[in-house]
Design a protein around this ligand. Structure first.
Ligand code: SF4
Ligand code: SF4
Length: 465
């Protein structure tokens, strides 16, 4: 590695000083093509995040809903019930394995470009700071200076906006859980109408404010489990934001008319711009570090310096350590092949399961503890519980009929009209003639019909004498 002689930066995270106190990161705002593209990606994602729970599809369902309280989940307008939980588990595993695969190949691009924490921190909260308090350097000077009126009003305005945005984030998250209509009810109502919800909103607003106003980049460095996994996922073949130490060392300032090569200098002019824009406060020239979120801010900063001194861009670029050390290009390692194969298999399984997902879900169980009833000398009956979930967007006119053997189904009470996305449950009596019974347990097949269409067959048993 480039920093063979001084590895002291690995002794502690950069946001902590020797006494264990916080080193506040005053990152300057990057400028350049990567920051521009990253801003566009971030604002598209933010727009989606804030708008998605308020969009309703043709059926009236929201685009996205994760109502863990009522166990109702809606993905792109399609409702998923607790009975579809296996799809969620497989979906979750697929997403995790996909992120792992992506990380093995492309490093922490997710962290720097798509993670909500980074997007809010860098593209919302830090931009508010730039707007109100100036660049990172100005913020540092102001923080160390006297508590003037100018400093205080800027600080108050900043924190007021931070709280307002934290409040908006909390309500958006709530809309994903209880739906946007309910959130509107909470907003127009008074706190006493729903004191527990009001308390939850206050607590989460406070938590978001704490994270973005104070804890900030430490979420990535200290808390995020995905960040902790990096050591196991990255290898020398992984593409990541890297400093080309072969080209850059020995670093040193640019002197007029100096032939840098002949005096043993590399292309790094030691301008420190890459460090000044880093949102996690690290020096990429020290090599791969846990704190690096691959945000590419240092690439923009270094490229601008390279242009200024008419040196080739890309001293800091997205490449692998193998490429820098020996010019090796990307290759498919057994690990990448294994992760890719697993991801492909899981995505395939997801597609198959989604395709086979039934429109109705019926459960029929004999009432627990019940035995047969003798109705007359030739007829016996069993009593069953049924539950039918209508996962479609249409009302179902359902009936339960006996497919085999011959017999009679007698529904008790409930009508079998099932509204869209609702469930119905009740009991029914199954009557069989003595000659249909085959001992104490007779296999029976029941059919669930919508009108005259058979939509499901259920196999169960009939207890006889
Ligand atoms: S080292 Fe570069 S890519 Fe990594 S977090 Fe800092 S600025 Fe972003
Ligand atoms: S921005 Fe580039 S030239 Fe400047 S210190 Fe960083 S690596 Fe060296």
């Amino acid at each position: 590695m480039n920093n063979e002689h001084n590895d002291s930066f690995r002794d502690r995270i950069v946001t902590m000083n020797e006494e264990g106190r916080r080193n506040w990161v005053y990152a300057n705002q990057p400028k350049g093509k990567f920051y521009t593209i990253r801003s566009i990606v971030a604002y598209v994602l933010l727009a989606f995040l804030f708008v998605a729970p308020h969009i309703k599809v043709a059926s009236g369902e929201p685009l996205l809903l994760f109502n863990i309280i009522q166990r109702k989940f809606v993905l792109f307008g399609v409702v998923f019930w607790p009975q579809d939980f296996h799809l969620f588990v497989i979906g979750l595993i697929t997403i995790i394995i996909s992120i792992v695969t992506f990380t093995v190949v492309y490093g922490r691009i997710w962290c720097g470009w798509a993670c909500p924490q980074t997007i809010f921190m860098e593209m919302v909260f830090r931009r508010i700071e730039y707007w109100i308090e100036g660049s990172g350097d100005q913020q540092r000077i102001r923080a160390k200076g006297e508590d003037t009126f100018d400093k205080v009003w800027r600080m108050l305005l900043k924190h007021f906006l931070f709280i307002a945005i934290s409040w908006a984030i909390t309500h958006t998250m709530l809309a994903y859980i209880v739906g946007s209509d309910k959130v509107m009810e909470y907003i127009v109502g008074t706190p006493s109408d729903n004191i527990s919800v009001f308390m939850a909103i206050m607590i989460f607003t406070g938590a978001f404010y704490f994270v973005f106003a104070y804890f900030r980049e430490q979420v990535c460095s200290l808390v995020c489990p995905y960040g902790r996994l990096q050591g196991a996922l990255l290898d020398n073949n992984t593409l990541m934001v890297s400093y080309d130490f072969k080209r850059g060392e020995g670093r040193g300032p640019m002197r007029k008319d100096e032939d840098r090569l002949s005096v043993g200098k590399g292309d790094c002019v030691n301008c420190n711009k890459c460090v000044s824009v880093c949102p996690t406060g690290i020096d990429i020239r020290d090599g791969i570090q846990l704190e690096c979120i691959n945000c590419t801010a240092c690439m923009d900063a270094c490229d601008s310096t390279m242009r200024r001194y008419q040196l080739p861009e890309g001293l800091i670029r997205i490449t692998s350590q193998n490429n820098i050390s020996n010019g090796a290009s990307f290759r498919w390692t057994p690990r990448i092949i294994a992760y890719t194969a697993l991801t492909t298999a899981l995505i395939g399984a997801m597609v198959v399961l989604f395709t086979l997902r039934s429109s109705y879900e019926t459960t029929i169980l004999r009432v627990q503890g019940s035995l047969y009833q003798k109705i007359d000398d030739t007829t016996y009956s069993n009593i069953y519980n049924y539950k039918i979930v209508n996962k479609t967007e249409y009302e179902g006119n359902l009936s339960i009929r006996l497919v085999e053997p011959q017999g009679e189904v007698e529904l008790a009470g409930n009508t079998m009209l099932v509204k869209k996305q609702e469930k119905i449950q009740g009991v029914f009596l199954l009557k069989l003639q003595k000659e249909q019974l085959s001992g104490s347990s007779t296999k029976v097949v029941l059919g669930v019909y919508n009108g005259d269409d058979l939509i499901e067959t259920i196999h169960t048993t009939f207890v006889g004498p």
